[in-house]
Write a protein that binds this ligand. Structure first.
Ligand SMILES: [Zn+2]
Length: 198
């Protein structure tokens, strides 16, 4: 159990080995920065600031990353206060010292859950699940394209995290049902550009 917590804290606070899986299925092994470091970079944003005037207060470019970082920092300060032995200052060193200070299995399990939750949230923020548009009409309501209030046109049926959904009738397909959607593409008439207003 300690091993799991160690591994999670390692990924959160230190550069670590990572595997990049490309779209063609090939794998590359690399070293990536600690998740906290990546989160810090996400808070700052990578590009230059817009020309909004030199006097404007710096606002975080990525508010979601900023919020998450604040929440982890706040929790770390609580942990530091609760464990008298922790005297170090950086967020990384507080989390490392805390994880090493835990002695009983219950605390270690709880800690692993907390850190796993942080890591998952950071990863989701850094690399949000991709949405893929399916080139089909919805088998349920027949919608092919949708136009939103901003006038953007997208395909109605999209898939994210192995769940497909129609933006018009909100029908969802997952698991085996995805094969049904794939079959539907084979019967697709060529001239469907019907657009439904959302
Ligand atoms: Zn539909």
């Amino acid at each position: 159990m300690t091993t799991k917590l160690n591994q999670l804290v390692h990924e959160l606070t230190r550069p670590h080995a990572a595997t990049i899986i490309r779209d063609d299925g090939s794998k590359t092994f690399t070293t990536e920065a600690s998740l906290l470091n990546q989160l810090r970079e996400a808070v700052k944003g990578s590009g230059g600031r817009g020309a909004s005037g030199a006097n404007s207060a710096p606002i975080p470019i990525n508010p979601a990353a900023h919020d998450l970082y604040q929440r982890i920092s706040y929790k770390a300060q609580q942990l530091k206060a609760a464990h008298k032995g922790i005297t170090t200052g950086t967020l990384e060193s507080i989390i490392q010292a805390w994880s090493l200070a835990l002695t009983n299995d219950h605390d270690i399990t709880q800690a692993a859950r907390t850190v796993e939750h942080w890591n998952t949230q950071i990863r989701a923020l850094l690399d949000p699940p991709k949405t893929i548009e399916l080139k089909i009409s919805c088998p349920q309501c027949g919608a092919r394209q949708v136009i939103n209030a901003e006038g953007e046109i997208n395909l109605a049926v999209t898939i994210q995290n192995l769940t497909a959904q129609c933006a018009v009738c909100l029908t969802q397909w997952e698991g085996e049902q995805l094969w049904y959607l794939k079959e539907a593409t084979d019967y697709e008439p060529a001239d469907t550009n019907k657009t439904t207003q959302l």
